[in-house]
Design a protein around this ligand. Structure first.
Ligand SMILES: [Zn+2]
Length: 131
């Protein structure tokens, strides 16, 4: 096998679209999880939409978690979408005044037509709370 660091063309995971920055040049997936999901979906088209939705929510969660880790609680949708964020994917949502409060598992944020803001991690009492 030939390993090549630095000069290889950008390779993206067939499942999540993340860049694969290491490994064999013919690698198609960033992880075993992505490879399994990709093949499960191909073999079972009925669950395809569900898996795709879960992937999008998990990808959003990763992006939002990274923002919080950097102390960032707001960002434009343009920037977020460039990073792979899907504004229409969340685990739940509720109207909060004139904005939508969206939740991505234990994270919550408000969304306007152009940005998300007030991103925060919820306390344990908040997760699973009744409406
Ligand atoms: Zn992947």
């Amino acid at each position: 096998m030939e390993y090549n660091d630095g000069e290889r063309p950008q390779v993206h995971c067939l499942e999540c679209g993340d860049e694969i920055g290491y490994g064999r040049p013919d690698r198609k997936f960033c992880s075993d999880k992505c490879r399994n999901r990709y093949h499960n979906r191909r073999n079972n088209p009925v669950s395809s939409a569900r898996i795709k939705a879960l992937n999008a929510i998990e990808k959003n969660y990763g992006i939002l978690t990274a923002m919080l880790a950097c102390g960032v609680s707001s960002a434009s949708l343009t920037e977020l979408e460039a990073a792979g964020f899907n504004p229409s994917s969340c685990s739940s949502c509720a109207r909060c005044g004139c904005h939508l409060e969206l939740r991505c598992f234990d994270l919550s944020y408000l969304m306007s037509s152009s940005r998300i803001f007030r991103l925060k991690k919820a306390g344990p009492e908040w997760v699973g709370r009744k409406k």
